[in-house]
Design a protein around this ligand. Structure first.
Ligand code: SF4
Length: 315
């Protein structure tokens, strides 16, 4: 409700205006076991907020998060602990999420030791195994995070997440800070781990090309709302929503796309004061009067393919 400057002003007694941001609005998202869902949108669209809610880091002010079909607020302490352990989050900046004063072996081994997942005698072997899985040489386990490159630090974050035997991993812009060649290595690692450990992912990115090859299903968000979701191949071959089409046009490809070239015009509006009707209307090349007043519903336009655009009512 208040940004840092607002909170500071309030503490100093200055008059401030509190405003509510609906960072995530009317979103209904289900993720099946073993599935990889790519969640895409520009920064400020609410995708990270949604990821944090799904990961249990941030409770929604309204609505429900279900874990294995059960409302997380109704879980008993043992079930809540289980849900917390089985859901892990990997962030964009691995360095910020790693304690610089801890050795890698302690970073990776802290949570499994705390939760009694590994006997004291098997600790070293267990840490080595997680490091190897993440593509790190256990010979370096006595080192500190600053002694590793950005890609290796992300691998440390992955080893730490794997150490508590997760089933579901939320990756929030997990490769955004890395060079393209390192990005590809980390994305391949995620896919290999999916096969080996039967993992489920919610893969959050501002970049459609990052999620293209690893997602089963892609969900596109704009200013807190889901505007399109479909199996990945349909999004890339038959995108329906004008916002998705413009995001796709910005993705460089070898083969020419069959659609007209458009790019997203202008800046994403402030979520404090989103446009009326379809939030995308000020930037949409197809906007008409109805778009300014009426919120388009997310409708199924083909099996498993949903889009929220009034143009679909004209067909
Ligand atoms: Fe564009 Fe209107 Fe469709 Fe929104 S509802 S995407 S403004 S055509």
């Amino acid at each position: 409700k208040l940004d840092f400057a607002g909170k500071l002003a309030k503490r100093l007694g200055a008059p401030v205006r509190e405003e509510t941001v609906h960072a995530v609005d009317r979103v209904n998202l289900s993720i099946r076991k073993g599935e990889v869902v790519g969640l895409v949108g520009e920064s400020g669209c609410g995708k990270s907020t949604l990821g944090r809610m799904v990961a249990g880091i941030m409770p929604p002010s309204e609505g429900t998060v279900l874990w294995r079909g059960q409302d997380v607020r109704s879980l008993n302490p043992a079930e809540a602990r289980e849900a917390k352990l089985r859901t892990q989050m990997i962030f964009q900046d691995p360095y910020a999420s790693l304690n610089p004063r801890m050795r890698v072996e302690d970073i990776v081994g802290e949570a499994p030791q705390f939760h009694g997942l590994v006997p004291a005698r098997g600790f070293d072997t267990y840490v080595d195994e997680q490091m190897r899985r993440a593509g790190l040489d256990p010979a370096f386990k006595k080192r500190y995070p600053h002694q590793f490159s950005g890609g290796q630090r992300q691998r440390i974050g992955i080893a730490r997440a794997l150490a508590v035997k997760p089933e579901f991993i939320v990756c929030d812009e997990a490769v955004a800070a890395l060079d393209v060649s390192i990005q590809a290595q980390i994305l391949n690692l995620f896919m290999r781990l999916r096969q080996e450990l039967d993992l489920t992912y919610l893969f959050i990115s501002h970049d459609l090309s990052v999620v293209e090859h690893l997602s089963d299903r892609v969900v596109i968000m704009y200013l807190g709302r889901v505007v399109e979701q479909a199996p990945a191949e349909q999004v890339f071959a038959r995108a329906n929503h004008p916002y998705t089409v413009s995001l796709l046009s910005a993705v460089p490809r070898i083969e020419a796309r069959k659609r007209a070239f458009t790019t997203v015009q202008g800046e994403i509006p402030s979520p404090l004061n989103p446009p009326s009707g379809c939030h995308f209307h000020p930037r949409c090349p197809h906007a008409h009067e109805r778009c300014k007043v009426e919120v388009p519903a997310l409708k199924e336009i083909a099996p498993g393919h949903f889009s929220a655009c009034h143009l679909n009512d004209r067909a």
